[in-house]
Design a protein around this ligand. Structure first.
Ligand code: UDP
Length: 219
């Protein structure tokens, strides 16, 4: 049996951007290992940016005592589906962070997180499975973030905010801080449009845009 095999699941934009983060993550922890791309949409095994790219079925049958996979796909429902598949196959979720990611005190981050360059997670924060925080995003004190939440680049998530499962926060959105007794809540599966300025809680499942952010009615 070989040592741990590492892979990035998804070889499109998100995966190719997170591969260098994963490489520096391994180097920082003193592990020398190749990292595969897994992608189910390849006609045949290939090489992408210097890394072997294979299908999940091929990765699954590689011999190793342990396999660790970062799901690098922005669509949170796909992340959930793939995380469940990995779990069934007893393959662990891998978390990676850039060398300049800052994590302060008492931040509990579940498995499968992708913390890109210049991300800051401050103190006393809870974050669920497969969180994606893209370039320059931050999460301020006392936030609670659910599973499969996605931050595009430059999200400003201030203190005492609760973000429920599968919410998507667009590039450069600013979310006003809540208070300990009345956190600002972004509901399950809600979408916050790019550049939105969110000043009050957002119900589950809706899309909000603009400044101040308002619900985008479906036509
Ligand atoms: N993908 C996959 N298996 C799945 C679903 C998606 O391998 O079950 C791959 C898909 O082939 C594509 C990538 O994940 O290469 C998702 O890329 P996309 O451009 O949709 O989004 P992003 O890279 O921005 O997350």
């Amino acid at each position: 049996m070989t040592e741990t095999l590492y892979a990035i699941y998804g070889a499109s934009g998100c995966g190719r951007s997170l591969m260098p983060v994963a490489r520096e993550h391994l180097a920082r922890t003193g592990i020398q290992a190749d990292i595969y791309f897994i992608d189910d949409n390849l006609a045949e095994p290939t090489v992408i940016n210097g890394h072997q790219a294979i299908s999940y079925e091929m990765f699954k049958v590689l011999k190793s005592s342990r396999k660790s996979v970062l799901i690098a796909i922005a669509n949170s429902k796909v992340r959930e589906k793939l995380a469940n598949k990995l779990d069934q196959d007893e393959i662990e979720l891998w978390s990676v962070q850039a060398n300049n990611t800052i994590i302060m005190d008492g931040a509990i981050i579940a498995a499968g997180a992708a913390l890109s360059p210049f991300v800051t997670v401050t103190s006393n924060i809870q974050i669920g499975k497969c969180f994606h925080a893209n370039l320059y995003s931050y999460v301020e004190h006392d936030c609670i973030i659910g599973d499969y939440v996605t931050f595009a680049p430059g999200v400003k998530c201030n203190g005492n905010i609760h973000i429920e499962d599968h919410a998507y926060i667009g590039t450069g959105a600013v979310i006003k801080q809540g208070t300990p007794d009345k956190p600002l809540v972004i509901g399950k599966g809600a979408v916050v449009g790019m550049g939105a300025v969110v000043t009050k809680s957002v119900p589950a499942g809706v899309t909000v845009v603009g400044n101040p952010a308002r619900i985008l009615e479906k036509k």
